[in-house]
Design a protein around this ligand. Structure first.
Ligand code: FAD
Length: 478
C-alpha cells in the first residue's frame, strides 16, 4: 500500500521563517502547531472548531472513519419516530462548512488504526483502501463509544441492529420500510432502549423489551421505577426483565430470540444493552486506561502522554461527588471536553470540575431524571447513604392539570452531604433536576439545599417544591 504523507515531515510543528540576508540566529521563529483529531463528532469537532477559532493559523486535521460528522446522535430515536424525516436533519454542521468556512482539514473515510507516540504519527487506512500516516504536534483522541453486541449465535445477522451512529439510524429506518416491520424486540432497558421503544410504538409497531438483569432500573428506588414500568406497559409494551437472550435464530417469518425459559418472535431486533469506550488504539499506544477501559485523563483532558489528549465518550472523568474517576458517556461532557482541549493547546489553561452524572430522558408521557449517586454507588464510594422517596404534585393545590411526581433523594449520614437525586413525573423533571445537579457541584449539604430559594407559581409546582419536600423529609432521617 502506498504511504500518503499529507505534508512534508520537515515542516512539522515549527516553521522557521528566514528573512533574506539575515543570519539564521536572528530568524523570527513562528510556531505553527499541527493539531490532529481522531473522531469527527461531538468532542472532536468541538475541539477542531474552537482550536481554529482560538488560533486561526493552526493546522487542524480531523480524521473520521465514517462519512458523517457533527450530528446529534441524541435526536435519532425522535427522528426514527417520524416515518418521513431524513436522518440527515440531525447533522448540526456539514463537512463542507468545516472545510470551506473554517479551514479545517477534515478527512472523512479515514480510520485510524494506530498511534506511534514516539514518532508522533497516527496511521490508518482510508475507505479507498489507501494507507495513510499523519504527523501531529498535539493529538486528540475523540473516538467515542460503540454499542456492546454479545458474541452469541445470531447476533450478527440481518435484522439485528444497534443504534449509535447516523448510519445505524439510516439502517434501522431502511429496514423498517423494506421489511414492513410490525414487530420488534429491544434487548436492553436503558435510556436508548426506552426512547426507541416509544419511537417504534409511535409508528404502530408491536414492541417487547427484554434484558438479563431482573431489576428494571437498578439505579432507582422501586416505587419510582414502578411508575416508569407502569407507563411503558400502559402503552402496550411487554417487558421481560431477568431473561438472557442466548441466541437469535432466523426463521421463515423473521427472527426468533431464544432464552432458557422464553422465546420471542420479531421481524427486527434492536440491541441496546450499553456502550463501551473506543479506547483500543489508545491502549495499543501504551496510554493508561481508567474505569470501564476508558482512556484515563486528568482534569485538563491530558492522557498519560504529554502530547495526547482525550475527550468525550472514549475518556474517563472525575465525579464531582466522589472525587474519583468514573465513566459516564453523555453529550455535554463530550462537547465541553472538546472545548477544553482546544483551549489547553492554545494557551488558555482550562481544568474541568468533572461530572455529576446528570441525565434525563423521556419515555411516552413520563420524564425521568437523575443526578449524582444512587444508593449502591454511594455505599461503594464509602458514604453512609440515607434515602427518602416522596410523591408530590407537579402543580399547586387545585391547579388544573396537576399530576404526581416521584422524587428519591440520597444524603450522607456522616457528613450531611447531598449525594444524589432521581425523579419521575409527567412534567417539570427535565429542568428541575438541574437544581440538585448544581447543589452537587457546590458540595451542598441536604440542609443547605433544603434552604434554597426555589421558584414558585401555581402552574409550575407547589409552594414547597418537590425538591424541598424531599430534602425536608431526608433531613429527618439524617
Ligand atoms: C441514540 C442515542 C441517544 C442519545 N441521547 C443522549 C441524550 O439524550 N443526552 C446525552 O447527554 N447523550 C445522549 N447520547 C450520547 C451522546 O450521543 C454521546 O455522549 C456523544 O455523541 C459522545 O460524543 P463523542 O464525540 O465523544 O463520540 P461519538 O459521538 O461516538 O463520536 C466519535 C466519532 O469517532 C469516530 N471514530 C471512532 N474510532 C475512530 C477511528 N479509529 N478513526 C477515525 N474515526 C473514529 C466515530 O466514527 C465517531 O464519528 C445518545 C447517544 C445515542 C446513540
Amino acid at each position: 500500500m502506498p504511504l500518503l504523507f499529507t505534508r512534508s515531515p520537515l515542516i512539522l510543528g515549527t516553521e522557521i521563517l528566514l528573512k533574506p540576508n539575515i543570519e539564521p540566529s536572528a530568524a523570527k521563529e513562528k510556531v505553527i502547531m499541527n493539531f490532529v483529531v481522531i473522531g469527527g463528532d461531538a468532542a472532536g469537532m468541538s475541539a477542531a472548531s474552537r482550536a481554529k477559532r482560538n488560533q486561526p493559523d493552526m493546522e487542524v486535521t480531523v480524521l473520521e472513519q465514517t462519512d458523517d460528522v457533527s450530528y446529534s446522535a441524541c435526536g435519532m430515536p425522535y427522528n426514527i419516530a417520524e416515518a418521513n424525516r431524513d436522518m440527515d436533519d440531525l447533522v448540526v454542521r456539514h463537512a463542507r462548512v468545516f472545510r470551506e468556512k473554517q479551514g479545517i482539514d477534515l478527512r472523512t473515510g479515514h480510520c485510524v488504526e494506530a498511534i506511534d507516540p514516539a514518532a508522533k504519527i497516527v496511521k490508518g487506512r482510508a475507505s479507498n483502501d489507501d494507507d495513510f500516516q499523519v504527523p501531529y504536534d498535539k493529538l486528540l483522541i475523540a473516538t467515542g463509544a460503540s454499542p456492546i453486541v454479545p458474541h452469541l449465535p445470531g447476533f450478527y445477522q440481518e435484522g439485528v441492529l444497534g443504534l449509535k451512529t447516523l448510519e445505524d439510524g439510516r439502517k434501522i429506518r431502511e429496514f423498517i420500510v423494506d421489511h414492513h416491520v410490525k414487530k420488534v424486540v429491544i434487548i436492553g432497558m436503558g435510556y436508548i432502549a426506552l426512547e426507541m421503544c416509544e419511537a417504534l410504538r409511535s409508528r404502530d409497531m408491536e414492541v417487547e423489551l427484554i434484558k438479563p438483569r431482573p431489576v428494571f432500573l437498578p439505579w432507582m428506588n422501586d416505587t419510582l421505577s414502578a411508575m416508569v414500568k407502569e407507563e411503558i406497559e400502559h402503552h402496550g409494551v411487554n417487558m421481560y426483565p431477568g431473561h438472557d437472550v442466548e441466541s437469535i435464530e432466523k426463521v421463515d417469518e423473521g427472527l426468533k430470540l431464544l432464552c432458557s425459559d422464553l422465546e420471542l418472535d420479531a421481524q427486527m431486533v434492536i440491541v441496546a444493552i450499553g456502550v463501551t469506550p473506543n479506547s483500543q488504539i489508545a491502549e495499543k499506544a501504551g496510554l493508561e486506561l481508567g474505569p470501564h477501559g476508558a482512556i484515563a485523563v486528568d482534569k485538563t483532558l491530558l492522557t498519560s502522554n504529554r502530547d495526547i489528549y482525550s475527550a468525550g465518550d472514549c475518556a474517563d472523568a472525575y465525579h464531582v461527588v466522589t472525587g474519583k474517576k468514573t465513566w459516564i458517556p453523555l453529550a455535554l461532557r463530550a462537547n465541553r471536553g472538546g472545548w477544553a482541549v482546544a483551549d489547553n493547546i492554545t494557551g488558555k489553561a482550562v481544568s474541568l470540575q468533572g461530572v455529576a452524572g446528570t441525565a434525563v430522558f423521556k419515555v411516552f408521557d413520563l420524564q425521568v431524571g437523575r443526578t449524582g449517586l444512587d444508593v449502591k454507588e454511594a455505599r461503594d464510594a464509602g458514604f453512609d447513604p440515607v434515602e427518602v422517596a416522596i410523591r408530590s404534585r407537579t402543580r399547586a393545590h387545585a391547579h388544573p392539570g396537576s399530576s404526581t411526581m416521584g422524587v428519591q433523594m440520597i444524603g450522607d449520614k456522616k457528613s450531611g452531604l447531598l449525594l444524589g437525586v432521581q425523579m419521575v413525573g409527567r412534567e417539570g423533571v427535565a429542568h428541575r433536576i438541574n437544581a440538585p445537579a448544581l447543589a452537587l457541584h457546590a458540595k451542598m449539604t441536604v440542609e443547605m439545599f433544603s434552604q434554597s430559594d426555589l421558584a414558585y407559581a401555581p402552574p409550575f409546582g407547589p409552594v414547597w417544591d418537590p425538591m424541598l419536600t424531599a430534602a425536608n423529609q431526608l433531613m429527618k432521617k439524617m
